[in-house]
Design a protein around this ligand. Structure first.
Ligand SMILES: Nc1nc2c(ncn2[C@@H]2O[C@H](COP(=O)(O)OP(=O)(O)O)[C@@H](O)[C@H]2O)c(=O)[nH]1
Ligand SMILES: [Mg+2]
Length: 373
């Protein structure tokens, strides 16, 4: 992937530049605020820098261009008759080969054995490019196998290909190695509910002393909701309105094992505020960031959210409301595209039970179970 740097006076302006230059498929790999020294070092100028790039579709050069053929033809007249015969033959062979290659690529048809699996992947709205990638691999395997494969065998092979795509991405929930669990995402995706589920597990199964911090002070109901869960778990809650509150809360919770931070970010300004707050604890490198996305959202909108939160080192995503959809391809597409792992997925409103810690295995199984007709 070729990377380019874009600078502008605001983050939206920088993003616009990226979009104008690279289109909607641009991948933002980093973004930051840079301060350049102004006049006599007195006026610092603030600008926003984004590094972005785009995955290039392989540009395929034809193996032999017509120019080469023309050159060979010219060359032909200068050589002895014998070798000219040889060359003629070679050219004819070449033409034949090219013709057969063209007809093959124009009518690539996957064998019937693969059609069920391909339909399943399509039904789940796996990205077409990924489907082609998987199908091509399966095609090679099926072609080379002596006996006909059973549908179960083909499905198992498809699962293996999916595992390939997800290889190297982190799976699994809280590591319990860091003190702060920062749960990010826009309002309404299910952050607070998911935090309650995670926290219940930490208290009941892992016997951790926990506390809650919320910066989502926009709606009273949201505060009350978190307080209710905290009371049930007999854990303290701190409501944070500014940086000072935040510092005070961190100090107050010094002796606890695990702090869940509920942070709603609705727009760029709020996300920046969260980032500023996080700097207070990030110095210790003691945070795990989770970004929560709802499976009921459109893939493109989820992608936008992921991009908005790129400034945070989010390793793993959490997908909620899996119970409200039959298609979970977008989950896989986004993980592959943004190289993010998966911590949990949630499948209902019940606290604490409706949550699954993610593994590569259960995500792939999720894709193949349920309504695939
Ligand atoms: N069906 C379903 N609803 C969920 C799930 N997780 C959360 N919700 C609901 O989504 C709504 C918003 O949840 P909330 O935790 O307040 O979201 P927040 O604004 O991100 O904190 C509530 O009605 C939750 O009960 C889930 O996995 N499945
Ligand atoms: Mg909330």
């Amino acid at each position: 992937m070729k990377m380019k740097k874009y600078t502008a006076s605001s983050m939206p302006a920088a993003m616009k530049k990226v979009q104008a230059d690279l289109g909607d498929d641009a991948i933002i790999t980093s973004s930051k605020v840079v301060y350049s020294k102004g006049f006599l070092g007195m006026f610092k100028k603030k600008s926003f820098e984004v590094i972005a790039g785009i995955e290039r579709a392989d540009i395929k050069e034809p193996a032999f261009s017509s120019k080469t053929v023309q050159q060979s033809a010219m060359f032909e007249s200068q050589v002895s008759e014998d070798s000219s015969k040889v060359i003629k033959q070679e050219l004819a062979d070449l033409k034949k080969l090219m013709k057969s290659m063209q007809s093959q690529s124009a009518s690539i048809q996957y064998p019937d054995e693969l059609s069920t699996v391909i339909k399943q992947l399509e039904h789940q709205e796996i990205n077409p490019q990924l489907i082609t990638q998987i199908s091509d691999e399966l095609f090679t395997i099926v072609k080379n196998s002596k006996a006909n494969l059973t549908p179960q065998e083909v499905q198992a092979l498809a699962q293996k290909q999916l595992a390939h795509l997800l290889e190297g991405l982190p799976f699994g929930g809280i590591s319990y190695e860091k003190k702060y669990i920062n749960v990010l995402g826009p309002t309404g995706v299910g952050k607070t509910t998911t935090i309650a589920k995670m926290a219940a597990h930490a208290v009941l199964k892992k016997k951790k002393k926990i506390g809650f911090i919320t910066t989502d002070t926009y709606r009273i109901a949201a505060i009350e909701q978190l307080k209710t869960y905290a009371n049930l778990l007999q854990a303290p809650v701190e409501i944070v309105y500014d940086k000072e509150d935040y510092e005070r809360a961190l100090l107050k919770f010094e002796r606890l094992d695990l702090i869940f931070i509920d942070t709603a970010g609705r727009n760029y300004k709020e996300i920046k505020y969260i980032k500023d707050l996080q700097q207070l604890i990030d110095v210790e490198n003691n945070v795990e960031n989770y970004l929560v996305l709802s499976m009921t959202a459109k893939e493109r909108d989820m992608a936008t959210i992921i991009e908005q939160f790129l400034a945070f080192s989010v390793e793993k995503l959490i997908f909620t409301k899996v119970d409200e959809t039959n298609t979970i391809g977008s989950m896989i597409n986004l993980m592959v595209k943004y190289k993010k792992g998966l911590a949990y997925y949630t499948d209902g409103q019940e606290v604490p039970e409706d949550i699954e810690e993610a593994s590569m295995k259960n995500v792939i199984e999720l894709l193949f179970q349920g309504d695939n007709k």
